[in-house]
Design a protein around this ligand. Structure first.
Ligand code: HEC
Length: 137
């Protein structure tokens, strides 16, 4: 085997490993989120949450709620609609009561489909825990 093809094989194995670890991490994050949201979705109440509630932090909420549903308008790139930017933890914290009102009456996201009940529950759970920026697993 030439040095070059050996090097290529090592590189290939290494990058596959990195990809596997990365994908595994993603799967874990999704598994961790959905049991909680489903068990709070008015469905079967016997279904117990497999994730400690204290795993829901700002990073989860940003990824699941604010980035996909709000950044289109409430970001620097989106023009900070209504003078509101929701790209930082502090900005979200200081608009939290308005955000709760707008979620409850579906007035936000404006002119877009409302959040699903699972998404609303996830947000409500986070807020009920004091809307933490970080959590200690
Ligand atoms: C398509 C654009 C758009 C999207 C998406 C959007 N907003 Fe807005 N938002 C606006 C505009 C425009 C205003 C200014 C007031 C108005 O026109 O109703 C506003 C105002 C607000 C306000 C302050 C005024 C109020 O009504 O309380 C809050 C809080 C808010 N949005 C939260 C959110 C949240 C949270 C999301 C995501 C779940 C979101 N918005 C998604 C366009 C949008």
């Amino acid at each position: 085997m030439s040095t070059k093809s050996f090097f290529c094989k090592v590189l290939l194995i290494f990058s596959s490993l990195v990809a596997l670890i990365y994908l595994d991490g993603c799967g874990y994050a999704l598994d961790a989120i959905h049991p909680t949201t489903l068990s709070n979705d008015g469905g079967s109440s016997s279904q117990s949450s497999t994730v400690p509630a204290n795993q829901i932090d700002y990073a989860v909420i940003r990824t699941e709620i604010f980035a996909p549903h709000c950044y289109e308008c409430h970001s620097l790139a989106g023009g900070n609609a209504g003078g509101i930017n929701l790209e930082t933890y502090l900005n979200i914290k200081s608009n939290l009561s308005d955000i709760q009102i707008d979620m409850a009456d579906d007035s936000m996201p404006k002119d877009r489909p409302p959040l699903s009940s699972a998404e609303k529950n996830l947000l409500a759970l986070w807020i009920s825990q004091g809307a933490p920026e970080f959590v200690i697993p």
